[in-house]
Ligand binder design. Structure first.
Ligand SMILES: NC(=O)c1ccc[n+]([C@@H]2O[C@H](COP(=O)([O-])OP(=O)(O)OC[C@H]3O[C@@H](n4cnc5c(N)ncnc54)[C@H](OP(=O)(O)O)[C@@H]3O)[C@@H](O)[C@H]2O)c1
Length: 277
């Protein structure tokens, strides 16, 4: 598995498994376990997905079957909007690690910026306290745009290591991507497959023919070529295997450019400037 390196020296696998909209039952447990047994080392969880318990069991069973240790994995979870505010962060964090059955997270994210800047800043100060106390390995944000990141920069002291945002060939976030590159904050893509919608795109399928891979593998590889961390979700065993099988080929600059040109600034999720839970 290919890793990216944060400005603080820590690393993160460039590909992981997403678990949004997965039932808190054997579906979650089996998907996570299957992923770990098949080489995934990163899982993207969140309190609000309501499935941390079964994701946690999948982690335990996956580690046992793959013969690996906790430190071989990179586990992310996210603080939901109803627990914002400096003093609430530790409670949100504790709930997630208890749900997951873990002692620590590798990455804890503020799930959305929210619409109250003062509250967002106060919440980030809680994230900083968690990090400074050594309870979490890395802290980051999700769904932050440039203005949100500038507000953090101007009013807080620890820079996020990563920003997890909507990113797929119809929503390529070029200005945010450039901003993150210049500030040494990594970008992570959610809904990289546009919730499967992108898989019928003609250009993607033409490139898939050219390289002898599936449409999903082409889109995931396009993330890798851009240096973006990605977390495609699947609960289907053969797709979980397919989605990690992207490190034995590459796309040419021309193929990357053809995919970049598909951009329509088309979101499938909420606009972070308006979303408050
Ligand atoms: N921070 C945030 O606000 C935020 C928001 C949204 C998502 N996320 C994270 O990002 C992860 C990924 O996003 P997402 O779940 O919205 O969507 P996604 O990964 O873009 O797409 C998932 C969909 O694609 C299907 N799929 C997966 N691999 C496939 C393949 N190889 N061939 C055909 N279909 C395939 C899945 O079906 P099956 O499962 O049925 O196989 C599922 O329906 C989430 O799970 C979550 O961890 C974060």
């Amino acid at each position: 598995m290919q890793n990216i390196k944060f400005y603080n020296g820590n690393t993160m696998p460039q590909l992981g498994l997403g678990v949004f909209r997965v039932e808190n039952d054997d579906t979650a447990k089996d998907a996570v376990k299957h992923a770990i047994v098949n080489g995934y080392r990163s899982i993207d969880a969140a309190l609000v997905y309501g499935n941390e318990e079964m994701v946690g069991l999948g982690i335990q069973e996956g580690m046992a079957e793959a013969g690996i240790q906790r430190e071989d994995l990179f586990i992310t979870s996210k603080l939901w909007l109803d627990q914002y505010g400096k003093d609430n962060v530790i409670k949100g964090y504790q709930t997630s690690i208890d749900n997951l059955g873990l002692d620590y997270l590798d990455l804890y994210l503020i799930h959305w910026p929210g619409t109250d800047e003062a509250l967002t800043i106060d919440t980030w100060k809680g994230m900083e306290a968690l990090y400074e106390a050594g309870k979490v390995k890395n802290i980051g944000v999700s769904n932050f745009n440039i203005e949100h990141l500038e507000a953090l920069k101007n009013q807080t002291s620890i820079k996020p290591v990563i920003n997890q945002v909507e990113f797929h060939p119809y929503f390529t976030q070029e200005s945010l991507r450039n901003y993150l590159a210049t500030t040494d904050i990594h970008m992570e893509s959610w809904s990289p497959l546009m919730n499967a919608e992108i898989l019928t795109d003609e250009t993607i399928n033409a490139i898939a023919e050219e390289v002898g891979k599936s449409a999903a593998q082409v889109v995931i590889r396009w993330n890798i070529e851009h240096g973006v961390v990605t977390i495609p979700k699947s609960v289907t065993p053969h797709r979980i295997e397919e989605n990690i099988n992207v490190f034995d080929f590459s796309l040419t600059e021309e193929q990357v450019a053809r995919i970049d040109a598909l951009n329509q600034n088309k979101r499938i999720g909420p606009n972070p400037l308006e979303f408050n839970g």
